[in-house]
Design a protein around this ligand. Structure first.
Ligand code: ZN
Length: 247
């Protein structure tokens, strides 16, 4: 069994050049907090689960902050980039992506334009999955075999298109662990947020049974809230999430 962590951006005193709303901000970690996560991951006990450290979107801070911090601790990351955003203000450019790979990190696809894939036609889904793969292969000069789903939204058509495009692994945003066999095609991820303390990473890596029970309980509570609350569900969801955040 192993866990995949999903980060987005890191920030320090300098504000990011990219436009961010409150939801985006929730996924940006303060530099010191991120460094505390990486320090733990680099020194975690041998009995702890193996972890893959992934980043979605291609934020410039991946190159300026996240990669150097990982390297200082002897770790490497998987960076999933939106090919239509490469080189835009606040995002990595093609040379920075090649530089990450030279330094031992891996760059993968996160679509062309970050759409909600299930709302697209079959042809448009193919364009996002195959198109971004081709775009990225031209930049990196090697086959691109991994894809992460924009916004975590997918259906059977998206998964079929990913297989057709030749991807070997697809990462979603469903909270949970992955089995340690090579056959796994669709992979779950844990998403640390701005407020995620290093203790939560420790729980994920060292107490998988307790973490699995916590996830099941959270799903059950949210499922009940959805049935009972209807339209007010989103507000309830925020309260429940904040309760579980404190564990
Ligand atoms: Zn994304």
């Amino acid at each position: 069994m192993f866990a995949v962590l999903l980060y987005h951006g890191i920030e320090d005193a300098t504000p990011s050049a990219r436009h961010m709303d409150d939801v985006d901000r929730e996924y940006v970690l303060d530099r010191r907090r991120f460094e505390s996560h990486v320090a733990y991951l680099a020194a975690k006990p041998a009995t702890a689960l193996p972890v893959v450290i992934s980043f979605d979107d291609g934020d410039l801070s991946c190159h300026t902050m996240a990669a150097p911090i990982l390297e200082r601790h002897g770790l490497r990351g998987s960076f999933f980039v939106v090919t239509g955003w490469i080189g835009k203000p606040g995002f990595m450019n093609a040379e920075q992506l090649r530089d990450l790979e030279r330094r031992g990190h891996a760059v993968h696809s996160h679509s062309r334009s970050h759409p909600r894939l299930p709302s697209l036609t079959a042809a448009a889904i193919d364009d996002e999955l195959i198109g971004s793969k081709t775009d990225l292969e031209a930049i990196l000069g090697r086959p691109v075999t991994q894809f992460s789903i924009p916004g975590g939204a997918y259906d059977d058509r998206v998964i079929a298109a990913a297989r057709r495009a030749g991807y070997e692994a697809v990462f979603n945003s469903v909270e949970g662990y992955n089995k340690g066999d090579d056959a796994a095609f669709l992979l779950r991820r844990f998403t640390p947020r701005a407020y995620t303390h290093v203790e939560m990473l420790k729980e994920i890596c060292e107490h998988p049974a307790r973490t699995t029970a916590r996830i099941a309980l959270k799903r059950a509570v949210l499922g009940t809230a959805r049935r009972v609350m209807g339209q007010r569900y989103d507000r309830v969801r925020a309260h429940v999430a904040s309760a579980f955040r404190r564990r």
